[in-house]
Write a protein that binds this ligand. Structure first.
Ligand code: ADP
Length: 539
């Protein structure tokens, strides 16, 4: 029997139109040197219409890819709205990707147009000669464009068009946007989102069981719009009428504190490194307006969550997801019904609770589905309408089977849907046939008051096959010793996890999106770059 419901396609133009009509007075603030620029949703929507008309006039056809090489700013939001709504495909390009990978993803996606922020022209110019399909480069903002050859001005293009546009009715399953994984293993792989997947993900993002943006909120979007759609916040905020604060550059420390002090966001989202940086500041940060902060993309150390609560009175909620999952897949609000004996922190340090709409399971190395008992550890697999079913132009099926995506994350799932991530499969430390969780070990070391950051990698060991090497960045002016840290860990982690190899380093290398870069650390270790200290473990 068929339903009686209307078969309306789920299109990004609906999201655009809704925010334009219902939340026209909400604002988008872009931080600029020495000030900021503000525009209402009505103004942004009108400019999105002008952008679409200009791109159409330049010959952009349905399905054509437009790369955006931009910071988090109003222009990037206009591209987010206009490009998919007109039937083309928004391809967000990671500003921090190494040059050869950047050229690879542009060529692989066959981008026809690129919109580039003037401030990053030199980065694009460096690979210009390697680009095989790009016909038109549009520059947003003022700057010397000569290194790019012939370019068009974003503002001039918009100025030549009148606002007002009837958006086309598209197939909801057609491509709306694409994003490549940041390539921590091998070449980046492309994920292509549909209108439908983005629409459903936007609803999940807006749900009160997840980020829960409302019209009363002002969200500070620190996570880059080139990385996993800024966790879906631009579309979520647009639909909810949430004011958006776009920091433009990826600001840390003092500059970020200034944004909190001046613009009073109620929500903010970014990777743990960003929040750790704020914690290191001596100057005051005004968090009085903040409802909660979302952190994810990497494990959030307990000590960070505790310090934010104690020092600033701010709750950090952890989210889990991947480029492949749009990305929101789990969100860590503590449950109403806690397991007896467990406080809220028990839940906050987990990666999150699986959000409604996607399904997660844990699978053993032998392929058996394990119980959701919070104890049985294996690889997470996920499926759902905003989870990718393959990679773009990639025949390798190894991460997909029976409709599930193998996430490459290892951990446990409990009966209330909370995920605990102990590692990525490629970072797991296998010692004497047993797993040591690098994430848990890092958390335990970072709880020491003299430690700023700690990253743990597996290093080869003749007897145990692998052992953990702990790389520690001390807090400024502190000089913890390896012996002290081992003593601190004793009793906090299983005895056989106690690391006997330590290195004190100036900085943990980070990926293009600010996560610990363990691939690089393993290479640096192999090159002999770390002064490793051996420590005798307590008997
Ligand atoms: P990349 O693989 O390049 O880092 P993604 O941004 O898609 O690209 O990263 C997804 C991965 O980030 C997940 O598979 C997981 O390993 C990690 N991750 C995301 N959120 C969390 C979290 N809350 N705790 C631990 N790891 C996380």
């Amino acid at each position: 029997m068929k339903s009686t419901m209307q078969d309306a396609p789920l299109l990004i133009s609906d999201i655009l139109r809704y925010g334009q009509q219902v939340h026209g007075d909400s604002t988008v603030i872009t931080i600029e040197p020495g000030g900021y620029r503000s525009a209402t949703f009505s103004e942004v929507a009108a400019r999105a219409e002008q952008l679409a008309k200009a791109l159409r006039r330049l010959g952009l056809a349905d399905g054509d890819r437009v790369g955006t090489f931009c910071w988090n700013n109003q222009g990037h939001l206009e591209a987010y709205l206009a490009i998919p709504s007109m039937g083309a495909v928004l391809h967000t390009l990671n500003i921090r990707l190494p040059a050869e990978q950047l050229a690879y993803v542009i060529n692989h996606a066959e981008d026809r147009f690129i919109i580039v922020d003037a401030s990053v022209i030199p980065l694009l110019a460096a690979i210009k000669d390697d680009l095989k399909t790009v016909e038109t480069i549009i520059v947003a903002g003022e700057g010397d464009t000569s290194a790019l050859g012939e370019t068009l001005s974003y503002e001039k293009l918009l100025a030549a068009e009148e606002p007002g546009l009837e958006w086309p009715v598209l197939d909801e399953r057609s491509a709306a946007a694409m994003c490549y994984t940041s390539g921590t293993t091998g070449n980046p792989k492309g994920v292509v989102y549909s209108h439908r997947s983005t629409w459903l993900h936007t609803l999940a993002e807006q749900s009160a069981s997840s980020v829960g943006m409302t019209e009363k909120d002002r969200i500070l979007i620190i996570v880059p719009m080139f990385h996993a759609n800024a966790w879906g916040t631009p579309y979520g905020a647009w639909m909810a009428g949430t004011d958006m604060i776009m920091p433009q550059m990826f600001l840390m420390g003092e500059q970020l504190a200034a944004i909190f002090n001046e613009h009073h966001p109620t929500l903010a989202c970014g990777v743990p490194t960003i929040w750790n940086g704020l914690l290191a500041l001596d100057s005051p940060v005004d968090f009085s307006s903040v409802r909660h902060i979302t952190a994810g993309g990497a494990a959030v150390p307990q000590v960070l969550i505790e310090a934010f609560e104690k020092r600033f009175g701010v709750t950090i909620i952890q989210g889990w997801g991947m480029t492949e999952t749009s990305p929101l897949a789990a969100f860590g609000l503590p449950p109403a019904r806690r397991i007896e004996g467990h406080d809220e922190m028990y839940y906050k340090i987990k990666a999150g609770r699986v959000v409604g709409g996607v399904e997660v399971r844990v699978v053993s190395p032998e392929g058996d589905v394990l119980p959701n008992d919070g104890k049985s550890a294996g690889e997470f697999e996920i499926r759902g309408p905003w989870v990718t079913g393959s990679y773009y132009k990639d025949e390798d099926p190894s991460r997909f089977h029976d409709g599930w995506l193998c996430t490459g994350d290892v951990g446990t799932l409990d009966h209330q849907g909370y995920m605990t991530i102990s590692d990525r499969t490629k970072d797991v430390i296998k010692s004497g046939g047993e797993w040591i969780s690098s994430v848990e070990l890092e958390n335990a070391v970072m709880a020491h008051p003299d430690v700023f950051e700690a990253a743990v990698i597996a290093v080869p060991d003749a007897k145990w096959s692998e052992r953990p090497l702990v790389c520690v960045v001390p807090k400024p002016g502190r000089t913890p010793t390896a012996e002290e840290l081992v003593e601190f860990l004793a009793g906090r982690v299983p005895r056989w996890w106690l690391p006997d190899q330590w290195a004190f380093i100036a900085e943990v290398p980070k990926t293009s999106v600010g996560k610990f870069d363990k691939k690089r650390m393993r290479a640096e270790y192999a090159e002999g770059d770390y002064a490793v200290q051996g420590v005798a473990l307590p008997k």
